[in-house]
Write a protein that binds this ligand. Structure first.
Ligand code: ATP
Ligand code: ZN
Length: 475
């Protein structure tokens, strides 16, 4: 096997991956803040960690992956300003905050299932770990924290190299990030615990040595990652926005509790954003696309997965409907090819598929280069020198990493019907059968009428479609 190299945001370089225990690689991924449905940009972050986990499994490692659920403490600004996103969402909708959290957590997990993301070992909830957070705060308070009327704050000057990850080292109190809390010693200092203001009326709050209130978001991840993965684990992941504030703050806390310069993880990895023409897709900035929206417009969730795999995780990826259509077409082609190879069965080939597995390994070992792996798969499938059964076996090996479910998906699965369609699959099939009959009888006006009727229902008939797909939904 080719040695695996991964990009470490901490050193800003590619590094040879050397896990502490190859039989149990430990990964922590910052989870969603469950105040709203995850948008497809958020989901890109978990498609990235799923690919990472699959590559490690493929290379023979055991894995313990933890994705937390942030159900308290994340403010509307990452830099300690604004309201708690959860409290604000519950208030705005007049719902019980625990019901809000449970609803969006369940929706997030359903999204991951639909995208064929493997379950992590655990999905710990922040609210289940508040006593551990208070104990953590107490342990570092004397040496690293100070009190302000609204809580306990971390003094970022008490740890070595604060902000190395973000590249904002040596930031003084008057430069860099906006100082939004009166009395902070440095602009970058952040809340470990936020004490509820008189009359604040939070739905979620706990007693602590610093008053009744709620934990800071950064603290949650330090506590949960250390509890489940230990003082030092292999890989910590998140979206690239976390490289600037959230992860530097986790690192500072880890250094404080550990009493060393160790950041707590060997590698800090970040996926780049899904963007659209207006910029980063973001829950807080209004209109976002969710996975169910894509499905309602006639796309299979795995078409979105393939769209993400076509870009390297460290590159920005622009969402457009055209890109998604192209990805769905590519997925259909793959499924079609699998069906054709099955028909041809066990015919012997003159060549072995193993060079393809080696090339796949080389691509993945190069910092999870899935865009490089996909054309290798296309080449394999088209290689007539390799027998059909061998090609299928090799494809299964590719799919263990790509997670596109290529051996199980059928043409029918990919004919996802838009939610607002007024005709179902069986109805479409019946109209197409009528149309074939009309054409066989050379009744072209009737054939055209059926085509137009289907078009009015959002179904485009594709005569002479090279995929043999007959029809597609229009978006
Ligand atoms: N547009 C995006 N593309 C890729 N990853 C993203 C994008 N937006 C957020 N992420 C990542 O998604 C994960 C979950 O984020 P979280 O639920 O905390 O988002 P949020 O901050 O509440 O939402 P938003 O940033 O959209 O307002 C994080 O790892 C985050 O970095
Ligand atoms: Zn986190």
């Amino acid at each position: 096997m080719t040695p695996l190299t991964l990009y470490n945001s901490l050193t800003r370089s590619l590094e040879l991956f050397q896990p502490a225990d190859p039989a149990n690689v430990r990964i922590y991924s910052c989870g969603p803040t469950v105040y709203h449905y995850a948008h497809i940009g958020n989901l890109r972050a978990y498609l990235f960690t799923d690919t990472l986990g699959r590559v490690l499994t493929w290379k023979g490692h055991g894995l313990t992956h933890v994705i937390n659920i942030t159900d308290v403490g994340h403010l509307t600004s990452d830099a300690d300003a604004g309201d708690d996103k959860m409290e604000a969402a519950a208030k705005a909708s007049g719902r019980d905050i625990w019901a809000v959290a449970a609803h969006y957590t369940q929706a997030f997990k359903a999204n991951l299932k639909d995208l064929n993301v493997r379950d992590p070992a655990r999905f710990p909830l922040a609210t289940d770990h508040v006593p551990g957070m208070i104990a953590f705060g107490e342990a570092i308070a004397d040496k690293h924290c100070y009190r302000l009327p609204d809580g306990l704050y971390f003094d970022t000057s008490t740890v070595p190299d604060y902000g190395r990850l973000a590249g904002t080292r040596d930031e003084g109190p008057t430069e860099g990030r906006i100082d939004t809390v009166a009395g902070k010693r440095h602009a970058a200092d952040f809340a470990i615990w936020r004490t509820s203001a008189p009359g604040e009326n939070r739905q979620m709050e706990w007693d602590s040595p610093w008053g009744r209130g709620a934990p800071g978001w950064h603290l949650e991840c330090s506590v949960m990652s250390r509890q489940y993965l230990g003082d030092h684990f292999d890989i910590h992941t998140g979206g690239i926005d976390h490289r600037e504030i959230h992860h530097p703050n986790e690192i500072a806390q880890n250094q404080a509790i550990g009493g060393t310069a160790d950041t707590g993880a060997s590698l800090w990895m970040h996926n780049n954003f899904l963007v659209d023409r207006t910029g980063k897709m973001s829950k807080s900035s209004g209109e976002t696309l969710t996975l169910p929206t894509l499905v309602a417009r006639g796309f299979h969730p795995l078409a979105y997965r393939l769209m993400c795999l076509q870009a390297h995780y460290r590159s920005e990826l622009e969402f457009s409907w055209d890109n998604l259509v192209a990805a769905q077409t590519r997925l259909k082609r793959l499924v079609q090819t699998v069906a054709a190879l099955r028909v041809r069965g066990d015919a012997k080939g003159a060549a072995s598929a193993s060079p393809y597995a080696e090339r796949l390994d080389a691509a993945l070992s190069d910092d999870l280069n899935t865009p490089k792996a996909l054309p290798i798969l296309d080449e394999l499938l088209a290689d007539k020198k390799v027998g059909p059964a061998d090609r299928l076996a090799a494809l299964a090996d590719f799919d263990a990493v790509l997670g596109l479910n290529l051996l199980d998906l059928s043409r029918e699965d990919l004919r996802v019907r838009p939610a607002d369609a007024r005709i179902d699959e069986a109805g479409i099939a019946a109209r197409l059968a009528d149309r074939r009959e009309a054409r066989a009888a050379k009744d072209f006006p009737r054939s055209d009428t059926i085509r137009d009727e289907l078009a009015a229902l959002g179904v485009e008939v594709m005569d002479g479609d090279p995929l043999g797909w007959d029809w597609k939904v229009t978006v």
